[in-house]
Ligand binder design. Structure first.
Ligand code: SF4
Length: 441
């Protein structure tokens, strides 16, 4: 089986799809690989490769799976064509259920995303280990499995390929290990009152209340919620399974928005098991860094003593305007960001080779702009804070990311509320809603 997924072409792992391929191979005896399709690819060459790969196979062996579509219409089109060619098509990964079902009230709002039912035979929500061989031979429709702490987490790190105009094996240089299932911030139920997008402020669009668990734009929070940590033994088992270069584990991303309490133990456990680490990349929230700032010197000293680099690789600052941070339900303020940046810079002066957090060291921190609420005041506040904090020196990514509204995020609810309150419609592009592109009335 091939699991198709979005891929940038960089030599990084795609944990969810690679775990799924490993599960199909080891537990269901279905040899499987992951093919990361780059944004620019030759459709003709891809279909030639698919024909070769599945040569001699008939239904039910002609199964093609999809994961992490990343809103790409070309991957949706690929699923549609393979279904038409007689494949059984399977969809897993983030938002599989919501993407399969599509948006509500399609009859009254035909411009909305209709979902993928017509091109997907089986969509499964939750971990892959719920799937049985018999499910794959049928058009079972939507299957849902609960997240538990003992989910299947084995990975064959050699099962990943990319495709642009030919199939290329990926020698993974950045792995991933799962520490927490979902995000703890997603346990926080919040209600935020959102003003209309600035380009509609003259059109009588009302302020609307939006309820969220976690950040309003986040699809992880809505899709997965939070189901706790997998535990230190299972974490270490994953680390032990990572590939090695020159006797050390390759750098890996620790998937956990609140990782600091488990990081010291991870380093100690690795030493205890004679596993040599090279670099741990953290995806970490601002408030968590602030809460555990006093623990970081000890952890960094431990890392330093074992020549392990610790990189804060993706901190979701998202904005430098208090009003926008509030609209995002981010749970932090600009004051928190100031404290966090000061902590990192001060630790960098003590642990220069051990602590990495800078853009020129490979970190890529979140900065969302444009947003629907950018006005003179937020732009001024943001630019002033960027200037005063000298964020362009080390923190800001090369390009900001426009606010993306997935149809199943909490902001998707907000857009649909605007549509029903006013009759204004917003165009859809695949699974995304183009908030910048309203149509009258
Ligand atoms: S954006 Fe990050 S911090 Fe916010 S809910 Fe999603 S995963 Fe959690």
């Amino acid at each position: 089986m091939i699991i198709f997924t979005h891929h940038t072409g960089e030599p990084h792992a795609i944990l969810g799809a690679q775990v799924a391929a490993t599960f199909f191979h080891r537990k269901l005896s279905i040899p499987s690989i992951v093919v990361g399709v780059q944004r620019s690819f030759s459709r003709e060459q891809l279909f030639r490769f698919i024909d070769d790969y599945y040569a001699g196979k008939r239904k039910p062996e002609r199964i093609a799976a999809f994961s992490h579509l990343c809103g790409r219409k070309d991957l949706i089109g690929l699923a549609q064509e393979l279904k038409q060619k007689g494949f059984i098509t399977v969809l897993g990964g983030p938002q599989a259920k919501q993407d399969y079902r599509g948006e509500p009230d399609i009859d009254s709002y035909p411009h909305r995303f209709v979902g993928l039912r017509s091109m997907v035979d089986i969509a499964f929500q939750g971990p892959v280990d719920g799937l049985k061989s018999k499910d794959l031979g049928t058009g079972a429709g939507l299957l849902e499995y609960p997240w538990t702490r003992d989910i299947f987490l084995e990975v064959d790190w050699s099962n990943l390929y990319t495709f642009s105009d030919t199939l290329k094996k990926v020698e993974i240089q950045l792995g991933q290990v799962l520490s927490a299932i979902g995000c703890q911030h997603a346990r926080k139920l919040q209600t935020v009152t959102l003003p209309p997008p600035v380009n509609l402020s003259e059109r009588g669009v009302p302020e609307l209340e939006v309820r969220s668990e976690g950040c309003v734009f986040c699809d992880v929070s809505r899709d997965k919620g939070y189901h706790g940590s997998v535990g230190s033994d299972r974490l270490m088992a994953q680390v032990a399974g990572l590939p090695e270069v020159d006797g050390k584990k390759i750098p890996f991303e620790l998937i956990d928005e609140y990782p600091i309490p488990s990081l010291g133990k991870l380093i100690e456990d690795a030493e205890h098991h004679a596993i040599k680490l090279s670099q741990v990349n953290l995806v970490c929230r601002v408030d968590h860094i602030n809460d555990f700032a006093s623990d970081l010197p000890n952890i960094l000293s431990l890392g330093q003593s074992q020549a392990i680099k610790i990189m804060f690789s993706s901190i979701g600052f998202e904005s430098f305007s208090d009003r926008l941070l509030h609209y995002f339900s981010k749970g932090i303020t600009v004051e928190d960001i100031v404290k966090c940046v000061e902590t990192l810079r001060s630790l960098k002066s003590r642990y220069g080779r051990t602590l990495l957090y800078r853009r020129d060291e490979g970190a890529n921190h979140g900065f969302i702009r444009p947003t629907p609420w950018d006005d003179g005041e937020t732009m001024q506040e943001t630019d002033r804070n960027i200037f005063l904090l000298r964020l362009y020196e080390d923190i800001l990514p090369e390009h900001s990311t426009p606010l993306i509204i997935h149809h199943a995020s909490y902001l998707g609810d907000w857009i649909r509320q605007i549509e029903s309150a006013t009759g204004i419609t917003f165009s859809r592009e695949g699974t995304w809603i183009e908030w910048w592109n309203p149509s009258p009335p």
